[in-house]
Every structure is written in C-alpha cells, then in structure tokens.
Design a protein. Structure first.
Length: 311
C-alpha cells in the first residue's frame, strides 16, 4: 500500500511521519524544493516541526506527479484556498482507483463548498474520505497517543483508511516485556501469563478511553498482540530479548537497527494510565526497566509475585 501526503506544513509532515512509522511507503509533496531537500538530507522540517526527527526513509518531493503517481491513497493536507488547484492536478496525475482523504478543515470562500465537494468536482470518480479530530501536529510528531475520526459515504473506504492511520501502540509495550521473559530464559508458561495479563491491562485503558472491550478480542486486538509478543520478526520483542540477556537499552536498540515503538510508547502509556487511574502493572515495570535502571529479572519477578486476585 503506497501513500502520498500533500502538504509540507506541520500537520502534513507530522501525518507523513506517522504513516511511515506505521510501516507504509510514503511520499510527502510540498511546493518548496529547499524544504524537501532538508527533509531528505537532514530528516528535519525546521520551519514547521522544530526539533523533531523524521523517519529516515520518508521521501519528500516537490514533484506532485512523482508523489501521487503510484499512490493507492492520497492524504490532502493543504490550506483550503489551495485545494481546488491541487485537486485539479490530481485528476491528471493520481490513479482513478486511488482514494482521496481530505484532512483540511475549511470551506472554499467563493463557492462555500466543503473540501469533499471540491474534490468531487475537480477529481471525480475517486473514493473520498475525511480525516478529522483533536490532533495537534506537534503532539502527533512527538508520537503522543492521538485519536481521530475517519468518515466516508462508503463504509469500506472509511475502514480501510482507519486501518492505515491506526497504530496499536500498547501491544508494543507488552511485546518488550515478552521479549525480556524470553531473553532471561523463562518458558512458555511465563509468556502465556504475560500476554494474558497484557491484554487485560490494554483493555482496561482502552475502555476508559471509550473503546468497547469486545473489540480487543479479535484479530486486530488479541491476534495482533500474540503475534507481536511471539513472532521472531517483532522489533519490540527483539529489544526485550536483548535486555533480558543483559544488554543495555542502547545496545539493544543498536542491535535491532530499526525503531522499536514500544520504547517511547511506554512513557505515554504510563502517563495515560496514571491520568485515568487505570492499573497497568506491566507497562509500569517496563518503565522501570527502560528508564529507571531496574533489572529485567526483578521486573518480571515483581509482576509474577503480585497479590493474588479473582479472575
């Protein structure tokens, strides 16, 4: 699934970085060639996201045709006054089968048209969706938990776009813990207990934040968690394995050579749990290991020796 993000301001750049970190090939289009070069060379967009490191393989280009030519989904993140002209160019350069996602909050002044209406007029025949919600660009760029809404007249399109922008970040914290268990040398019993307890604490936080508990029991919840905690390709599990085997966090990250999102997500997960008054003992112990110097073995033992409770 190849993606294009049109607009190199703060929100467009943050969204492109988020989509790339989620594992999708992304091309970011922006008018200014110098800023595109800065992103490609220095991994920064200093004018709009100062101090933020962008993914190493996020490609920026001032060439619209190159950005959208092979894109399956195009996210349009530009000011409303420029949307009509850009949508007109999409008619020529974007595939008829591509999905257009409007991320622009605004109404065209002259026509009083919404952005989806402008898109329909200028790039007809393409599936449309809207992405909106409480989402400061800088917080997204800092990888802080954010929720948005995707809407479309076609439910299947909305669900597909939702999957693109979603990251199930809490599972990565549990995967680090599962890797630690494996790295220490504990067996399947311990891993099974950890995954089960991990799902329970993810569910507790998710419900407080407005999710339905039963949505976590399917492939997107439990299935994804099991794979990330047990699969040999899991970056977060590999970091945990290295920690469990006695390596430092810096050494573990260097061995992985790819971003393990759970390392950063641990801090956010703990902060959210504390703010919401939700018990998340696994996440809390991972914070102790990753950021406060606790030994992995002590953390696992603390989890296994917790007070007995009814289930």
């Amino acid at each position: 699934m190849s993606l294009a993000v049109l607009g190199g301001g703060s929100w467009g750049t943050a969204l492109a970085a988020h989509l790339r970190r989620a594992g999708h090939p992304v091309r970011l289009w922006l008018r200014d060639a110098a800023t595109a070069d800065e992103i490609n060379r220095a991994r920064r967009n200093a004018a709009y996201l100062p101090g933020i490191d962008l993914p190493a393989d996020l490609e920026a280009t001032p060439d619209l045709a190159r950005a959208v030519g092979r894109a399956d989904t195009v996210f349009v993140v530009i000011p409303s006054e420029f949307c009509r002209g850009v949508y007109r160019q999409l008619r020529a350069h974007a595939a008829p089968s591509s999905v257009i996602v409007s991320c622009t909050k605004g109404i065209e002044i002259d026509s009083l048209r919404r952005m989806t209406e402008v898109a329909t007029e200028e790039a007809p025949g393409r599936a449309l969706a809207v992405l909106s919600g409480p989402s400061f660009a800088l917080e997204v760029a800092r990888q802080q938990p954010t929720t948005v809404v995707v809407a479309s007249a076609q439910p299947g399109v909305a669900e597909a776009v939702q999957r693109l922008v979603s990251t199930r970040s809490l599972k990565n914290v549990i995967a680090i813990a599962a890797g630690i268990v494996d790295g220490i040398g504990y067996g399947s019993n311990t891993v099974a207990a950890l995954v089960t307890r991990g799902l329970a604490e993810i569910a507790r936080l998710a419900v407080v934040l407005g999710a339905r508990a039963d949505t976590l029991s399917g492939l997107a919840g439990l299935g994804d968690l099991v794979l990330t905690c047990t699969g040999t390709l899991s970056r977060n599990r590999r970091v945990g394995q290295a920690l469990g085997a006695g390596r430092s966090l810096a050494e573990a990250m260097a061995e992985t050579r790819m971003v393990a999102e759970g390392v950063r997500t641990t801090l956010a997960a703990c902060a959210m749990a504390e703010r919401a008054g939700v018990e998340m003992p696994i996440a809390m112990q991972m914070r102790e290991v990753l950021y406060r110097g606790r030994s992995p073995r002590e953390a696992v033992e603390a989890l296994m020796l917790r007070t007995l409770k009814r289930e």
